[in-house]
Design a protein. Structure first.
Ligand code: AMP
Ligand code: MG
Length: 415
């Protein structure tokens, strides 16, 4: 029996994003696997990273100079007796405390001796045999990081669910991890639809176009930590489309592109409805990407599979992936979805749009440290991949604005 027509449910951009974040917070993460330290770069930690010792493990000098008692430098210039040298990696910690009137010559990364409470930079000193003359005072604690100040032994340095960037890898190295437990990558099926779409190997006929969306999506899925699974192109024909959707639902997530607009041959929503899909929304008040669909199939929470139906226009596909599909992939991969952040820059030229939709306009953000600006890329609408490929961000225009004068600060979404 055919399913009844799908009820339209069009949300504001903010509401649609909130729905996605809510669902993402319920998504079950993949199983974990053990990988080499370098293989863990960009992956999501499945174990907390714990400090195996204090960080730093000893009170560390952060400058080359002299370890002193700061009280000895109240009258300047001060003359102190140099009682020894401490270099980084010194075999034994100094045990006898520094007495008043004494200093140790000390190097960056070396342990500060007991009794010393500051390090004077070598630039403010002059050595005279066993004496050093110091021209500048220091306050207690200056140029020293006390033992355990960064982290104490046994404390959690990084939580499970954190994506490992270069600092995370450094941290794992600093606690001696040669192997790490990370979450497996979720498998994300990609289904391109449309009678006019052909595979890359085929020579397109006069009215056909090559399937580019499956590849932009695969690239975005990889960046989001997923593993793309490209399905054959689905024609605009219900039976075959439905078969391929069922095949896609075997993966952890299904992303369909095309076939979600209002045309007579936009059959995706109906095909999903026949598979008893639940729809969280069937549109968002954004441009490009208004007909975006989000929902799930599966009766029980355990068997639940999320899907997205993204509009087929190449730019719409890329924007809606970024706004809505990425957080779900991040969550399925065991991570905490990145919150959307909108840095600002000045518009180089005025911007005019119609009101009613949140706009994501491909743009180039450039400039200097103290003069950052953004310029909309001239484009022919949401099919213009060449314009998109030149851009490095989107300017985000709220739905109530129709004119933004040149020089105004505008919100960006970086890519
Ligand atoms: P649709 O969302 O199916 O109405 O498609 C909207 C536009 O996007 C049409 O011009 C399609 O030809 C184009 N399009 C759809 N799917 C793809 C694809 N996989 N690769 C490139 N362009 C596509
Ligand atoms: Mg189509």
């Amino acid at each position: 029996m055919a399913a009844p027509p799908v009820q339209s449910l069009v949300l504001s951009f903010e509401d649609a994003r909130r729905v996605v974040e809510e669902q993402a917070s319920r998504a079950a993460a993949h199983e974990s696997q053990t990988v080499d330290l370098l293989g863990a770069a960009g992956r999501i930690l499945a174990q907390p990273l714990v400090a195996d010792r204090d960080f730093p493990p000893f009170s560390r000098a952060t400058r080359d100079g002299y370890a002193v008692r700061s009280a000895d430098l109240e009258t300047l210039p001060a003359r102190l007796r140099v009682v020894g040298e401490i270099k980084a990696g010194i075999q034994k910690l100094i045990s006898s405390p520094l007495n008043p009137g004494q200093a140790f010559s000390i190097m960056t990364g070396a342990p500060v001796p007991p009794g010393a409470d500051a390090v004077v930079m070598v630039e403010y000193t002059s050595a005279h045999g066993e004496w050093v003359e110091i021209a500048k005072g220091v306050s207690a604690g200056e140029n020293i990081v006390p033992q355990g100040a960064e982290a104490s032994q046994g404390s959690v340095l990084l939580e499970r669910g954190t994506r490992l960037n270069e600092a995370g890898i450094a941290l794992a190295a600093s606690v001696g991890k040669t192997k790490l437990s990370v979450f497996g990558r979720p498998r994300v099926a990609v289904l391109a639809t449309g009678d006019e779409i052909v595979e890359l190997e085929a020579q397109p006929g006069a009215t056909q176009i090559r399937n580019s969306n499956s590849y932009s999506l695969a690239a975005q899925i990889l960046q989001a930590g997923g593993e793309p699974v490209l399905l054959p192109i689905a024609p605009d024909e219900p039976k075959r489309l439905r078969k391929l959707i069922e095949q896609g639902l075997q993966s952890d997530l299904l992303i369909i592109t095309g076939g979600v607009s209002m045309g007579r041959y936009d059959l995706v929503e109906q095909a999903l409805a026949e598979l008893h899909a639940e729809f969280f929304f069937t549109g968002a008040k954004i441009q490009p990407g208004r007909p975006v669909v989000f929902g799930c199939c599966g009766k029980t929470v355990a068997s639940r599979k999320y899907f997205f139906g993204l509009p087929g226009n190449p730019l719409s596909t890329m924007v809606t992936f970024e706004l809505f599909a990425r957080p779900v992939i991040e969550a399925l991969g065991g991570g905490r979805p990145h919150p959307l952040v909108f840095p600002h820059a000045r518009a180089r030229s005025e911007i005019r749009v119609k009101t009613g939709l949140t706009r994501f306009l491909p743009a180039i953000h450039s400039g200097k440290l103290d003069d950052s600006y953004v310029e909309i890329v001239p484009w022919q609408g949401s099919g213009d991949i060449a314009a998109q490929a030149r851009a490095n961000c989107y300017v985000v225009v709220p739905p109530d604005r129709e004119h933004i004068p040149a020089g105004e600060w505008v919100a960006l979404m970086l890519r």
